[in-house]
Design a protein around this ligand. Structure first.
Ligand code: MG
Ligand code: ZN
Length: 170
């Protein structure tokens, strides 16, 4: 099975400068769930890698984060999609941890838990730090922002690299 790593906020769901703090605020970007289902049908296991410093900042708790993720799992399953794993960290920059993107810790964790080397694994993010964290483990970075426009890979793609699905113009 192939693997793909997606950022969460701004890639799967609408982001907010004020953080996504409640289940109600978690809203899928139109088409993102279908894109996940399409990836699955293309043979990809989909995992999510997300910084969630709002926990460390006291903006929401772990229970709420889990409830958001249940909503995400449910909405994916409604359209036939499946998310294999959600890797998050609760830390803020002041915590100076090794897992917060752009640090590589979260991606090392994915590598270990998914028993999959990450060389050439596509990583999709809407901020540079997502891509830097992935690149540390050899991932192939895709910028997922500006979903109205076709996505351009940041470096030359190999054959068979998937297009970032939310950038698809079809
Ligand atoms: Mg993001
Ligand atoms: Zn951390």
């Amino acid at each position: 099975m192939k693997l793909i790593v997606l950022d969460r906020d701004g890639v799967i769901n609408e982001d907010s400068a004020n953080y996504i703090k409640t289940v109600e605020e978690w809203k899928a970007i139109p088409g993102s769930m279908e894109a996940i289902a399409r990836l699955n049908r293309g043979g990809f296991r989909v995992v999510v890698a997300t910084n969630q410093s709002g926990i460390s900042r006291g903006l929401f708790d772990l229970e709420t984060l889990c409830a958001m993720h249940q909503k995400m799992h449910k909405e994916a399953s409604i359209v036939g999609g499946h998310i294999d794993g959600i890797f998050f960290l609760p830390h803020a920059p002041e915590d100076k941890c090794e897992c917060r993107k752009p640090k590589p810790g979260l991606f090392k964790e994915i590598q270990a838990r998914m028993s999959s080397r990450l060389e050439g694994v596509p990583v999709v993010g809407d901020s540079l730090r997502d891509l830097q964290a992935g690149a540390s483990q050899g991932c192939l970075p895709f910028r997922g922002k500006n979903r109205q426009r076709p996505c351009k890979p940041l470096k030359s793609t190999r054959q068979n690299s998937p297009k970032a699905p939310w950038c698809s113009t079809t």
